[in-house]
Design a protein around this ligand. Structure first.
Ligand SMILES: Cc1cc2nc3c(=O)[nH]c(=O)nc-3n(C[C@H](O)[C@H](O)[C@H](O)COP(=O)(O)OP(=O)(O)OC[C@H]3O[C@@H](n4cnc5c(N)ncnc54)[C@H](O)[C@@H]3O)c2cc1C
Length: 482
């Protein structure tokens, strides 16, 4: 480390306190990504306690970088480090500061009349959900990582999850932000307003920017009344076309009460059965796909059940469902959700695989899957496809596992480029996106120029250069500048 960097770290220590600047010992919780595919090295892990400390740390780094433009210094904002595209961990240079928001986890205010809550960026998503519920309200963002991921990370990635169908992505649930800019200034935009047309809506620049434009330190989020009943059903469907037909039917029957519609391929479910023997799966092993539906009803449990049963009866008559079960109680519903949410973990236990988080219009879903499956099977005979995802949002986790008997590491080394090209070209041909909800990070940054409009990319570059001309914030993620 250069003497100048020593002096910078000493200054940062005076801002956040010695114990909150970590440089030694096992830092892998901050430097290694969730899937353990990337092992970085940090100049330091810095853990500020409040927005003032964040601003002073960023300001010190900005001044340092202006004086030492070749130092390679930069800042990687980090929340729960559950991101799946290697965006929250440092690279191997040892010149990046991981700025962890973990200590900033306070729920500042729940405004029951305005139906909003203001929380700090390091607040764990599950804590935000619980605090809303304690006030008799609902914060509907929900994803399998909710016990670890943070509101700052959710907004940084514009997270999706299981309730997008009804409530939208994290972006749609956010009314205001507090942000520390790359110059170390604080933008106080925690308005909580549902209407404010006074020019560019700045919060949308920072949401989904993956920490490349500034650091979100707090957010004002939308809340909703709690539903009277939340009922879950599990349906066996004979084909992808049938799943799409069931979605349309469910939207007609349940309208805004349909809050979840998750698709799971049989191979994905077989991995859960293999790796989680405590979970009992509904006995529909002879069907290619299953669907998990959720009906959040504002009337009553009986009303919710009647609606769901009428839907499933209609679906069986039409042939798009061959068998189904409605959860009898909360415990059963939770088990059904647990099965769905265990798929990523079961897949991780099965070994390395090539992950894709893609979206296509719902109308193109079945054609995309049939076309891409066929191309992959022709290119790599015996390849195994772990398909699951948020069909209601046109979002599929289209993951590709090595054929039986092939070493997973060898498969990745030899086939990843080919598999990515086949899948992404097919996504493009079907009018989709190569990243539906996980973001770009460093994992997909080099794919973007092939699959995103040049005009969109040059506009994104212009925004980055305007807000962060010295490239202090999370460089090499989302965009390459040269
Ligand atoms: C089991 C599992 C299931 C998942 N399911 C889903 C899912 O259904 N839907 C979905 O969308 N994602 C899912 N994810 C991905 C991940 O949980 C989300 O991307 C989540 O929003 C990341 O939050 P985090 O706090 O862990 O962020 P991190 O991983 O720490 O950071 C993610 C990105 O956001 C940036 N960032 C973090 N904090 C801030 C901040 N305060 N200000 C600015 N930028 C910041 C980081 O620099 C990085 O680029 C899943 C992950 C796992 C492990």
């Amino acid at each position: 480390m250069s003497p100048a960097m020593h002096i910078l770290l000493a200054e940062i220590r005076t801002i956040v306190g010695n114990t909150h600047v970590l440089t030694e010992g096992d830092l892998s919780a901050w430097t290694q990504d969730w899937r353990q595919r990337s092992h970085g090295r940090a100049l330091a892990v810095v853990r500020p306690a409040n927005v003032d400390e964040v601003a002073r740390v960023v300001s010190a780094c900005a001044i340092f970088l202006a004086q030492h433009p070749d130092s390679g210094l930069s800042i990687v904002p980090q929340g729960g480090n559950t991101g799946l595209v290697v965006g929250s961990t440092p690279d191997a240079t040892g010149r990046q500061i991981v700025l962890s928001l973990q200590r900033m986890s306070t729920v500042r205010r729940v405004d029951t009349a305005n139906l909003t809550m203001t929380v700090e960026a390091g607040c764990i998503l599950q804590k935000a959900q619980e605090q809303a519920r304690a006030a008799g309200l609902w914060f509907p963002l929900s994803l399998a990582a909710e016990g670890t991921c943070t509101i700052g990370g959710n907004l940084g990635t514009n997270a999706g999850g299981t309730q997008v169908l009804r409530f939208g992505n994290a972006r749609d649930l956010c009314l205001g932000l507090e942000v520390v800019t790359p110059q170390g200034d604080v933008w106080q935009g925690l308005s909580g307003l549902r209407k404010d047309n006074t020019g560019y809506d700045l919060k949308h620049l920072y949401i989904g920017a993956e920490g490349t434009l500034g650091i979100i330190t707090a957010a004002t989020l939308k809340l909703y009344p709690l539903p009277k009943a939340q009922l879950t059903a599990w349906a066996a469907v004979p084909s992808m076309e049938a799943a799409v037909q069931l979605l349309g039917l469910a939207q007609q029957h349940l309208c805004a009460s349909l809050t979840g519609f998750e698709l799971m391929g049989q191979f994905a479910l077989s991995l859960v059965a293999r790796h989680f023997d405590n979970l009992r799966l509904p006995p529909y092993q002879n069907t290619p796909f299953c669907v998990l539906l959720e009906n959040a009803d504002t009337e009553s449990d009986v009303h919710a059940r009647n609606q769901l049963e009428a839907l499933l009866e209609d679906a069986m008559t039409l042939g798009c469902v061959t068998d189904a079960v409605v959860a009898e109680n909360l415990t059963q519903a939770q088990t059904l959700w647990q099965i769905r949410e265990s798929i990523p973990l079961a897949q991780a236990s099965e070994g390395l695989n090539i992950k894709h988080d893609i979206s296509v219009p719902v109308s193109a879903f079945a054609a995309f899957v049939a076309h891409t499956d066929a191309l992959l099977e022709r290119a790599i005979p015996g390849v195994r496809l772990v398909n699951f995802g948020h069909l209601g949002d046109g979002n599929l986790h289209y993951n590709v596992q090595a054929p039986v008997g092939m070493d997973a590491a060898v498969f990745l080394r030899e086939q990843e480029a080919l598999v990515n090209r086949i899948v992404f070209d097919s996504v493009l041909a079907h009018g989709g996106s190569i990243s539906a909800e996980h973001g770009v990070g460093s994992l997909k940054v080099d794919h973007l120029p092939h699959y995103k409009s040049p005009v969109a990319l040059s506009t994104m570059r212009a925004i980055k250069m305007a807000l962060d001309p010295n490239n202090l914030m999370n460089p090499g993620r989302v965009l390459r500048l040269s």
